[in-house]
Design a protein around this ligand. Structure first.
Ligand SMILES: *Cc1c(COP(=O)(O)O)cnc(C)c1O
Length: 229
């Protein structure tokens, strides 16, 4: 057993932060879903957090994730893929995950749809958007997201659910807020065109309050639960 009391305290604290931020937003707290980002943390750490009641986990690296998913197959975990996607990894992702947050181009979406095993439900997906236009970031440009969303919605084995963004604004909460607000506006525009974007995946350990105040339905928290990597 790892440092369970402190994991428990951190998880409780994150729950309280989500609750408090939800009260300030138009969201009901039950509509904000916590993804525990377990990249680099061991199977045992994930088991410990699962035992505390957490059911959604997020991973970034395909091979690491697949090893964990197999080792933890006795647990009823909902697995979210949140990392950059190489096309040679789409088959594994389509077979092993329940959600993918990081689709940024059609080729990846088509490959995921084609590889989704027939016995599984449609793969739930979000389009990752680079709302601030920073060079270093992954994600589809704001200009392309409408078309990409429409193309994804037409694929047989994907279920387009939402948009995701990463605020690499290094502690600048005002910058994070405008990025998150932008993502919500893009979702509104897509919904006006008939798409069904109900999920906004935005907010991490340092800015989850801002994400929730701007309408997040998923927040993705690693260090805030597991401790420093
Ligand atoms: C690592 C990661 C997180 C969690 O980051 P922490 O700083 O550990 O809370 C969230 N989202 C994505 C896409 C990540 O890669």
């Amino acid at each position: 057993m790892t440092d369970l009391p402190s994991v428990k305290n951190r998880l409780t604290h994150i729950g309280e932060r989500i609750e408090a931020a939800s009260l300030r937003s138009s969201n009901k707290s039950e509509s904000v879903k916590l993804i525990a980002v377990s990249k680099t943390f061991s199977d045992q750490r994930i088991r410990d957090v699962f035992k505390l009641g957490q059911r959604r986990f997020g991973e970034n690296y395909v091979q690491e994730a697949v090893d964990k998913i197999d080792a933890l197959s006795d647990l009823d975990i909902e697995w979210h893929f949140i990392g950059p996607i190489q096309s040679n990894k789409t088959k594994l992702i389509a077979a092993k995950f329940d959600w993918v947050h990081s689709i940024d181009r059609l080729k990846i979406a088509e490959r995921l749809s084609a590889a989704r095993p027939a016995e599984l439900p449609k793969l739930n997906v979000c389009v990752q958007v680079n709302v601030t236009g920073e060079q270093s970031k992954h994600g589809c440009s704001e200009l392309d997201v409408m078309e990409l969303g429409q193309e994804i919605a037409a694929l047989p084995n994907l279920n387009l659910r939402g948009l995701m963004t990463i605020s690499e604004t290094s502690g600048d909460l005002d910058a994070a807020r405008s990025a998150f607000r932008k993502l919500r506006e893009i979702a509104d525009q897509m919904n006006q065109k008939g798409l069904k974007i109900t999920e906004l995946s935005m907010g991490m350990s340092d800015d989850l309050e801002v994400g929730i105040e701007e309408g997040a339905t998923f927040v993705r928290v690693g260090r805030g639960i597991f401790g420093d990597r």
